[in-house]
Design a protein around this ligand. Structure first.
Ligand code: PEP
Ligand code: MG
Length: 884
């Protein structure tokens, strides 16, 4: 039975698919070697040998000893060096490598083969005595510590005593003679602990190290790691014995790192840095400045060509951009490591698209190569990574809406508008929370920061809708609106101070950091078209309409147009209440709310109808040919009335109602739990004329647009239904209005009436609700709020800690809770379709643009997800990932 596998010299006994036997690292070394990549040669001892070691009371069979000896001889021959040689010694590393990656959990020994003779040999070939003696003392320490369990402290003490004697503090201040003393002291430490002399025989060193690596398979750290990461069914670790190569053996040696393509732009350009006569750590430590790789082409064209050939070999073999480390040892090139290179979002897309064109990968593979987070990066400015490195984060909050922004801080929406429109400044709007009244200021601000609120708070939802960076629930910000100051950790900032924020990370910085905006047009469109093709051609058995669609949440014609350009296939949620805050409507809307009787209310509504109709006309036109779901009024009325004296007086004037009476009226709208109070369809039941007006506005707009020859698909959506009777009453009311509109117009259009499922009872009784509803849209913001019993606007006080303490894996207002809330979605879909098999079902909560939630929706048989315009591309990609 073969248990030792050779690799090196362009050949290998193992293969890539032998992970179980050779471990991940061993299989990978074999794979690279046989692909013609010049990895330093060596051999892998199998995991089976590890299992046998434990079964046989930590003894090896003679056959294994023989196999190792044969492979060692082969290695020495190939490298032209011998272990322990006094002129040109071979040194090896001994490393673990299981079938599953367990980084840093098991033992490693480096520079093995070092002894009193080899140190002289290494000094000769490197021409560097100090380096050789330093390598020797490091090996003594590592071998003593890892293989024999010598106390690490004792080695430290020995080293410190030599430094003290010389009166220096740094290791670097020790010269060769000092290091020779250290070696003697280390040998004494070893003898004291082990009871015998440090073994000069490299083969004895080798077996000690092999056994130490096998032994580390069962160390408590490794066992815990396997338990925590649920790594099961492995028989042991393999051991990789590999020649060490050095880049500091004179002027024909060197070392470097490179990327097979540019990791920040994706350009097909060989990018890297190197240093001659240096070790890897010299490049990392920044003591010497590395040269750009291109200069190797001039300095040593032969070497550069070899490296460039390896570059294309590696890309052909791994079919992905590689990040590789190389060493040149006395004119021979070795690749120490290669792995898929980390890259920016921009580079990820460019590389994926280019590799399809080059025939390296398929379109499907290209689509899986880009994560939703990477895609998201290309739509937003980001802080220049170089500048960011040295900029301290002064506060952290929830990353409510991605992208970076910089500007002067202001504390009210009015000021934001004033500073931007009249003073030409860029501002960040900083508030405890935002409300619909702040829309104007939010619109002109570069970014929005709040000290309270969660992922579905007003600031978060609106900022995402506008595609603006936003951080919410940033508790460290203490805002004093009266003084117009902001205090962070005791430091006071004033209105007009400069800040930079990163909504992607939820981080706030002092001052102005440079922002960069990725540019990528053609590749992006091509890439997303592939994602769409995968999504729209997927087979979804059992569904009347098999195509999974991406819609958008948009409240204005402008947002609708943006979303359509991003690929939205209709509107899944138009929140009509946002329109009432626009200047031309808010006064009339308030008149409606404070009206003394039905007549006065109807009069106000009659004024509002044409204004709202005009908005709907714009939206239907922007979405011509696509469905548009419009939700009837949802929030509690108190959100719309003024609370400040001056505004109340103004309202008194315009309505002719006395200030006292207005105050009483406003007071009467106050609720203890407004989110569970008089809102949603409950308003439609108690004030039917409000919904009647909205239905009239929607349908007369639809008819008008249809008359212009455009296709309209209105879907009237009734929010917050908990009992089917609410829906049957409101549907009947709506149908009466629709009939009247059609009669007056002398024409009809297709339309649907459906409901949101955002109360657990509606999901549980979905079979009843579907008797009336022609479509469902899961409002997972409210559904999450009501399932968890967490007020969505107040979670900032405890939810971050819940996530930190891992009570919850994620913020459930950002990532759909599939275990709990997800069950209600599944039940709703199943029971709804039982009553109405062709029921169209979507989701319009904030989860509609979150990748794992999109995947859940696809799997659960939803017909579409609806998300804010700027998240449409992310949803398109996430949906394709769900299919693949
Ligand atoms: C929801 O509850 O998920 C929803 C989309 O409605 P809103 O966020 O407006 O309450
Ligand atoms: Mg809702």
């Amino acid at each position: 039975e073969k248990n030792v596998y050779f690799f090196g010299g362009g050949k290998a006994e193992g293969t890539a698919d032998m992970r179980e036997l050779l471990g991940g690292k061993g299989a990978n070394l074999a794979d690279m070697s046989s692909a013609g990549v010049p990895v330093p040669a060596g051999f892998t001892i199998s995991t089976r040998a590890c299992a046998a070691y434990y079964e046989n009371n930590k003894q090896h069979p003679e056959s294994l000893q023989k196999e190792v000896a044969e492979h060692l001889a082969r290695l020495e021959k190939l490298m032209g060096k011998k272990l322990g040689d006094a002129n040109d010694p071979l040194l090896v590393s001994v490393r673990s490598g299981a079938a599953a990656s367990m980084p840093g959990m098991m033992d490693t020994v480096l520079n093995l083969g070092m002894n009193d003779k080899a140190v002289e040999g290494l000094a000769k070939v490197s021409g560097n005595d100090r380096f050789a003696w330093d390598a020797y003392r490091r090996f003594l320490q590592m071998f003593g510590d890892v293989v024999k369990g010598c106390d690490h402290e004792k080695f430290e003490e020995a080293l410190n005593s030599v430094k003290a004697e010389k009166g220096v503090e740094e290791d670097l201040d020790l010269d060769t003679e000092d290091l020779k003393k250290v070696v003697e002291k280390y040998k004494a430490v070893y003898r004291d602990h082990v009871g015998t002399d440090f073994p000069q025989d490299p083969v004895e060193q080798l077996w000690g190290s092999i056994n130490a690596v096998f032994g580390s398979w069962h160390n408590p750290r490794a066992e815990k790691y396997r338990r925590l990461n649920n790594i099961k069914g492995l028989i042991g670790t393999a051991v990789n014995v590999q020649s060490m190569v050095y880049g500091n053996l004179g002027d024909t040696s060197g070392t470097g790192v490179c990327f097979t393509r540019d990791a920040s732009t994706g350009e097909n350009y060989f990018y890297g840095e190197y240093l001659m006569n240096a070790q890897g750590e010299d490049v990392v430590a920044g003591i010497r400045t590395p040269q750009p790789l291109q200069s190797l082409a001039d300095a040593n064209p032969e070497m550069y060509k070899q490296l460039d050939d390896i570059r294309s070999k590696l890309e052909k073999h791994y079919r992905d951009m590689q990040d590789l480390e190389f060493t040149i040892q006395q004119g021979t090139l070795y690749i120490l490591q290669t792995r898929n290179g980390k890259r920016t979002g921009l580079a990820a897309i460019k590389i994926a698209v280019d590799m399809v064109a080059e025939g390296l990968i398929t379109k499907e593979e290209a689509v899986t190569r880009v994560t939703p987070e990477q895609l998201d990066q290309v739509f937003h400015p980001m802080i220049d990574p170089a500048a960011r490195k040295s900029a301290p984060v002064i506060a952290k909050g929830l990353n409510a809406s991605p992208g970076a922004a910089a500007g002067e801080i202001v504390f009210t929406a009015d000021e934001a508008e004033d500073w931007v429109k009249n003073k030409g400044k860029k501002v960040l709007l900083v508030r405890r929370e935002t409300s619909p009244e702040d829309i104007g200021g939010m619109h002109v601000a570069e970014g929005i920061l709040t000290s309270t609120g969660g992922m579905t708070s007003h600031a978060a939802v609106v900022a995402r809708g506008m595609g603006k960076p936003s951080i919410v629930g940033c508790k460290a910000l203490q805002i004093d609106h009266a003084k117009k100051t902001l205090t962070v950790e005791g430091k006071v900032y004033k209105e007009g101070d400069f800040f930079t924020m990163d909504g992607t990370a939820g981080e706030v910085f002092e001052g102005t950091l440079p922002l960069i905006k990725p540019e990528l047009k053609g590749e992006l469109d091509e890439f997303l078209a592939w994602a769409d093709e995968i999504r729209t051609t997927a087979n979804r058995p059992g569904l009347t309409d098999q195509v999974f669609r991406i819609r958008t949440n948009a409240d204005t014609p402008g947002d609708a147009t943006v979303a359509r350009n991003y690929g939205a296939q209709g509107i899944g949620l138009c929140r009509t209440e946002h329109m009432f805050f626009e200047e031309d409507k808010i006064a009339t809307f308030r008149e409606m709310i404070v009206a003394k009787d039905v007549e006065a209310r109807k009069a106000a509504l009659a004024k509002l109808m044409p204004l709202q109709k005009k908005d709907f006309v714009g939206i239907f036109e922007a979405m011509a040919g696509l469905p548009v779901t419009i939700r009837l009024l949802d929030p509690p009325l108190h959100e719309f009335v003024p609370h400040e004296a001056a505004q109340i007086e103004q309202l008194a004037k315009s309505t002719g109602v006395s200030v006292d009476e207005l105050k009483r009226k406003i007071e009467s709208l106050h609720e203890l739990n407004p989110m569970l109070g008089h809102r949603g369809c409950r308003l439609g039941i108690t004030y039917p004329e409000v919904y009647d007006m909205q239905v009239e506005a929607i349908m007369s707009a639809a008819v008008e647009v249809a008359k212009k020859g455009m296709e309209v698909e209105p879907e009237i959506m009734i929010p917050l239904v908990g009992a089917v009777k609410e829906l049957s009453i409101l549907k009947a009311n709506a149908e009466k209005v629709v009939a009247r509109v059609f009669e007056e117009a002398g024409t009809t259009t297709a339309y649907k009436i459906g409901t949101m499922i955002e109360i657990p009872r509606a999901a549980l009784t979905a079979d009843e609700v579907a008797q009336e509803a022609e479509f469902f849209s899961f409002g997972t913001n409210d559904l999450t709020q009501m399932t968890f019993g967490y007020s969505r606007d107040d979670v900032g006080t405890f939810l971050p800690q819940y996530v930190e303490d891992e009570i919850l894996e994620h913020d459930p207002f950002a990532v759909l809770d599939q275990t709990g809330v997800g069950q209600l979605v599944e039940i709703g879909v199943e029971r709804g379709r039982k009553a109405r098999p062709d029921l169209k079902v979507g989701i319009c909560g904030e989860h509609g643009g979150e990748p794992s939630s999109v995947e859940f929706c696809y799997r659960t048989g939803l017909n579409y997800v609806s998300c804010s315009p700027y998240r449409v591309p992310i949803a398109r990609l996430a949906a394709a990932h769900a299919v693949l």
